[in-house]
Design a protein around this ligand. Structure first.
Ligand SMILES: *Cc1c(COP(=O)(O)O)cnc(C)c1O
Length: 369
């Protein structure tokens, strides 16, 4: 049996009848840029998240960058974010000329709210919580610090479409929130894509200008914008896929529960779970000893795995200029050495989960401390 890490081919086969007519229609009508499909998807996605506005853009990274820029964040400013994230979170801060101020994660792999107050300086403009692996950050704690210290909250929800905190979807807590529609994300396009959501009408308006050369009317440029639009074809695909998102996330949660039960039998701790509704298991991440040997044992059985992420942001050569060292963020560094992501996608079967668990069981001496 082969168990891929994600299976986008299986997902396409299941969606073919639904999605191909929509793609064909975009081609037939030649409405490739800023067409009705984009407006329709933006409206539905905003309503799904529970915000007033959604602005589709070319990627999750562009979403973060534009969101920061739209808030006036740039050179001389600081943004606080977790060291334990995908590098794009920090790159967006750097791209607007601001300084990423990293803090360690907590036992849930998420930004540690207890670290925030000490990280605030007179230059701090925003906190960027990352709903990592699909688990919602406890947003009341983040919003509380932000209110007290007069900071913006920019959510990085790239891995957490549909995750909830206190019954509300992530993306509805920050001043702005950013999503990625990279193909492997819980809601993925057939190429790159992203979105920014907000309740602020003026901000949404500025973001629409920024993503389209600063124009409201063709050839009249009100600000120095760029070209960062979400294609109509991708919007049409996302419009179809959004209808399936909740069912897909339910399937991910069922698979996670099945993994949890099987792994408990062999002494492997399940991933931390703050609240059930809050987790949409973009990734199912366990910790193992002797990771390389476990990866190899699974690979020999045809099971693909991932590591998210092997090198924390502060130890990346690209961020040597931050002047941070090994030992600065103990929790983040420890998990970078131990985390292992198991196959997780909605189409995963019970047999595949059992097969992965059995394979882990036979390598348990390597996996368990
Ligand atoms: C995927 C991802 C991004 C970047 O999104 P792209 O669409 O790939 O640019 C940003 N932050 C996190 C946490 C991500 O997982």
């Amino acid at each position: 049996m082969l168990v891929p890490f994600v299976d986008l081919k299986a997902q396409f086969q299941a969606l073919r009848e639904e999605v191909m007519p929509r793609i064909t229609r975009v081609m037939e009508e030649a409405s490739f840029i800023l067409g009705p499909d984009l407006a329709a998807f933006e409206e539905k996605f905003a309503s799904y998240v529970g915000t007033r506005f959604c602005v589709g853009v070319e990627s999750g990274t562009a979403a973060l960058q534009l969101a920061l820029e739209s808030l006036g964040i740039g050179r001389g400013d600081e943004v606080i974010l977790p060291a334990n994230s995908y590098i794009a979170s920090a790159l967006a801060v750097s791209a607007v000329g601001a300084r990423p101020v990293l803090v360690d994660c907590d036992a849930n792999y998420l930004i540690d709210p207890a670290m925030l107050d000490d990280a605030v300086t007179p230059r701090t403009k925003a906190i960027m919580p990352v709903h990592l692996y699909g688990q919602a950050v406890p947003m009341d704690a983040i919003v509380d610090v932000a209110r007290r210290r007069g900071l913006y909250v920019v959510e990085d929800a790239a891995q957490a479409h549909g995750a909830r905190w206190d019954g509300r979807h992530v993306g509805a807590f920050g001043d702005v929130a950013c999503f990625s529609f990279y193909p492997g994300k819980n809601l993925g396009a057939y190429g790159d894509g992203g979105a920014i959501v907000t309740d602020d009408a003026a901000l949404a308006d500025r973001l629409r200008l920024m993503r389209d050369f600063g124009q409201r009317k063709k050839y009249e440029h009100l600000i120095k914008g760029g070209n960062c639009r979400l294609d109509s074809m991708q919007a049409a695909v996302l419009d179809v896929k959004l209808r399936h998102l909740d069912a897909w996330n339910d399937a991910r949660r069922r698979h996670a529960a099945a993994y949890d039960a099987r792994l408990a039998e062999i002494g492997i701790k399940p991933p931390p779970l703050l609240r059930n509704e809050g987790h949409v298991y973009h990734l199912y991440v366990i910790e193992v000893e002797q990771r390389e040997r476990v990866v190899e044992a699974l690979r020999e059985r045809g099971i693909a795995t991932g590591i998210h992420y092997p090198i924390p942001i502060h130890l990346q050569p690209a961020y040597a200029d931050l002047g941070l060292r090994r030992g600065d963020f103990a929790r983040t560094e420890r998990s970078a050495q131990r985390v292992l992501s198991l196959p997780m996608f909605p189409e995963l079967t019970e047999e595949q989960i059992a097969f992965v668990a059995d394979a882990l069981a036979s390598s348990a001496p390597l996996a368990v401390a």
